[in-house]
Write a protein of this length. Structure first.
Length: 193
């Protein structure tokens, strides 16, 4: 894997093959960050990376200059690898948590304005994840949530889903945390993240 852009651009890292990770492809990752870069200011972002795997998405955000990233994964090998990688790259604004991702969201005392989740594609919780994240206190009002998933799921019926993108077998659904009265009344027109 390589870091595509920013201060760590071009840095490559290889995780041990025994880790249960399915890193986002470079092409999909580049497209995702191009979309975000056109709508967000990196230096204003606090980011939560759920199901962080080997930390590829976390490092991409760090490289672009976000304020801080919290990476959450339940696998001890994955969290150990992310910590080692952060040390090797001299990253100081990354904190790693070895916890259940959804449990972390439900109990978090931190707030984020962008949350990214890349659960295992076979996870039985995928359909529930947007509701859990968007209803949590850790995503700030107007905050963005991005879910990476397979083509088996579509979230366009959710008024908080503002865009869906597909890159090969990888799908990204973008959500915006909107006020309850907007959800129950007339939802705003879909907008780009």
């Amino acid at each position: 894997m390589r870091i595509i852009s920013g201060s760590l651009k071009g840095r490559r890292f290889q995780a041990p093959g025994n880790l249960p990770a399915r890193p986002t492809t470079d092409a999909a990752k580049e497209s995702l960050f191009n979309i975000l870069g056109n709508h967000l200011y990196w230096d204003e972002l606090t980011v939560l990376d759920l199901f962080a795997g080997i930390g590829s998405i976390s490092m991409e955000f760090i490289s672009r200059g976000v304020q801080r990233v919290h990476a959450v994964d339940s696998h001890p090998g994955c969290t150990a690898f992310i910590r080692e990688l952060a040390l090797k790259l001299g990253v100081e604004n990354l904190q790693v948590f070895r916890q259940d991702a959804l449990g972390f969201v439900e109990r978090s005392r931190y707030e984020y304005n962008l949350i990214f989740a890349d659960p295992p594609f076979q996870s039985p919780d995928i359909a529930r994840i947007p509701g859990i994240v968007l209803d949590s206190a850790c995503l700030v009002p107007e905050g963005i949530f991005i879910l990476e998933h397979s083509g088996l799921y579509h979230f366009g019926q959710d008024p908080r889903c503002i865009e869906e993108r597909r890159y090969g077998k990888v799908h990204f659904s973008f959500f915006k945390k909107i006020a309850l009265e907007q959800e129950q009344g007339h939802a705003p027109e879909k907008e780009k993240p």
